[in-house]
Write a protein that binds this ligand. Structure first.
Ligand code: SF4
Ligand code: SF4
Ligand code: SF4
Length: 272
């Protein structure tokens, strides 16, 4: 049953999952199977869902950190780990009453504003963005998971998220997650190959981790924190840009407060 944990991309080799006792492998497999596979990093693992599953089983990480998984996923993971289920980490998206998970979202590109810089493409863990240099880019909605990772790199802020009605039954959700996992591993293998060939520059934290895996270096906790903060900072800057744009057209006290909170957060994170 743990076959899926073999032949993993090089990014995951340092986890040495194949050397773990069977009972640990089975739990990691069971938990990973339940995770949404958006690879969004909101659980604190910039390298995606599998390292979080590993962290729960091997390092006692909390069972409620998967934001898009919502309370349902927290409950299932807690059951697998035989611990009481805590309250799920809240999402900025309201709970969808049909799925009891945070509302599904998809990214769309404002085609009039896209300058074809290609910066969003390497950020997408499931290769859902197509386009070539200097031409307008498009997101394949059926593949997009709404992970938001393409928003911070966009220099003209032309990618937005929209709510997307999506309420598959359990079996269909499992199939979709399996497909996304496969696409993510394919993406990681392709990036690793291009880096080994020397045909790809490192442009984000995951690619930096892949480079370390290729060269045999390990990522120190300090580097991991740096990478996480860099992503967080980029997200906050994007939100600030959006709010500032909205406030220039119409004043709104609530948005102004949100903006002030974000500016304070940015300052705190940005202070060494
Ligand atoms: S979906 Fe996002 S938050 Fe949930 S486990 Fe995967 S990477 Fe972490
Ligand atoms: S297109 Fe953007 S939001 Fe959609 S999966 Fe790719 S990176 Fe995530
Ligand atoms: S990062 Fe933004 S401007 Fe650049 S190609 Fe992607 S959507 Fe277009």
């Amino acid at each position: 049953m743990t076959d899926r944990l073999t032949n993993l991309p090089i990014l995951f080799h340092e986890l040495n999952i194949h050397r773990l006792p069977d009972d640990k492998k089975i739990k990691i497999h069971q938990i990973d199977e339940q995770l949404p596979q958006t690879q969004c990093g909101l659980c604190g693992h910039i390298d995606g869902c599998l390292p979080y599953a590993y962290g729960i089983v091997m390092n006692g990480e909390a069972t409620n950190l998967c934001v898009p998984g919502g309370q349902i996923t927290t409950n299932i993971i807690s059951h697998i780990m035989n611990v009481p289920a805590p309250t799920a980490t809240p999402s900025k998206w309201a709970t969808d009453p049909t799925t009891q998970r945070p509302h599904a979202v998809r990214a769309i590109i404002n085609e009039d504003e896209c300058i074809g810089c290609t910066k969003c493409i390497p950020a997408c863990p499931v290769d859902a963005i197509i386009g070539t240099a200097k031409h307008m880019h498009t997101i394949i909605t059926d593949l997009c998971t709404g992970c938001e990772l393409c928003l911070p790199p966009c220099p003209v802020d032309c990618i937005t998220l929209i709510k997307y009605p999506h309420a598959p039954d359990d079996a269909t959700r499992q199939k979709e997650q399996e497909h996304l996992r496969h696409r993510y591993h394919h993406h990681l293998n392709r990036v690793a190959k291009n880096m080994t060939d020397g045909t790809k520059p490192v442009v984000n934290a995951v690619e930096s981790a892949i480079t370390n895996a290729i060269t045999g270096e390990t990522i120190s906790p300090m580097e991991q924190n740096f990478a996480k903060n860099t992503i967080e900072l980029a997200k906050i800057r994007t939100q600030i840009k959006k709010l500032t744009k909205q406030l220039t057209t119409k004043d709104n006290p609530q948005l102004r407060t949100e903006l002030e909170i974000l500016q304070t957060k940015l300052q705190q994170l940005d202070t060494p």
